[in-house]
Design a protein around this ligand. Sequence first.
Ligand code: UN1
Length: 499
Amino acid sequence: MQHSDLLSRLGLELPAGGSGLAVRSPVDGASLGTVPVTAASEIPDIAARSQRAFEAWRNVPAPRRGELVRLLGEELRAAKEDLGRLVTLEMGKIVQEGLGEVQEMIDICDFAVGLSRQLYGLTIASERPGHAMRETWHPMGPCAVISAFNFPVAVWSWNAALALVCGDPVIWKPSEKTPLTALACQRIFERAVARFGSDAPADLLIVVNGGRDVGEALVASPLVPIVSATGSTRMGREVSVKVAERFGRSILELGGNNAMIVAPTADLEMAVRAIVFSAVGTCGQRCTTLRRLIVHKDVRDALLPRLKAAYASVSIGNPLEAGVLVGPLNDKGAFEGMQRALEQAKADGGVVTGGERALADQYADAWYVKPAIVEMPAQTDIVRHETFAPILYVLTYETLEEAIALQNAVPQGLSSCIFTTDIREAETFLSAAGSDCGIANVNIGPSGAEIGGAFGGEKETGGGRESGSDSWKAYMRRQTATVNYSKALPLAQGIKFEI
Ligand code: UN1
């Protein structure tokens, strides 16, 4: 493949060899170049630069900060085609999804621009005469963003667009597998800064490429009050403990093990389409990917043959080509993990359809697979484990109560959904006794959330919320202020303390 034109349009002139992070495309395993890395020892200095940027940026009025994010949105619109293709090249999702990811960035920029005029506080009634109370939201400080390979650009933008309007500079540590898209975003951001004017301090965005030690140094830095991390539960557990030790704030978006309940009244035609998109889309590598199908015993026989037929018709191949729906797994490790999970499922009594390697003769150094459907006798440990690959476990239920209990009986709590046309079932699923996930949908799949809602989930998913709603509050510090405009000094709770 020859991609130098694309890379140079995105401002990425890379040496072919040399030291640094070697980037390979999961599309065909070919080298895309080598990216310079930051040493962990440089992190204290980088954090200090970010802190200096903070001291200037926090004084820029929030609507003006919003103007920078508006310009970022404009630059992203201009770069959408190229950046979307680079996402495909570096991460392996199909171009439609690469473009969708950039659209998600544009959407969050639009959201953040509006938000920059709506960072509302409160006025609170004081119990004391001649006193006023209010709650104000202030910028917090540098925000570290640690992002994963599967959404190499959108997840950064959810954090960065909000952090920037909230007055926080960003230090971004992308996945080691996707440093190029991060550098491309940095160039795009620099174009927005150049158009913005001189009130943008230097170092509002610093990208640090490198290994685990770089991430660890960032997480340990006392100058970084917010760490937003997306990735595995293992990584999130380490980050949250390290950040908590120094009383920093973490925003965690970790594993998901998302389910769909298919109830007796479900529109099966719609359910099949939703299952295929959410279970095989992005080759099963979304946090929100559908991993468990909990089907009512009365519709199982009607649903499964249609689902298997739909799976058989899905085109697997080079994600840069039009018409392809499923690209490759990210690397050999992901393929091996998928095979191990399928072996375990079989040992547990599961019946596997699909799951084999595909296109190995054409792409010896890439890892294409046939998405797998696994009919399980029970929700065994392997079903409760998140395998980042297109494996859909099928379970059967009789009562809604049982279905909801199965749906909730996993360590993760990100996304969930029910297909039903029975309003009682739908509302029960959404009630306090229903799904325990951060996202619960009716008659749509668990993936493909819009940016307007808060994104994240409970339990091993980490509890953080990013993107829409009032997620912005995680990027600011809350201040309660009481002003006494009287000539007396009454104490709260009526306490007398005369001197
Ligand atoms: C992720 O997989 O890390 O809801 C994020 C979705 C996308 C974001 C997924 N909007 O599938």
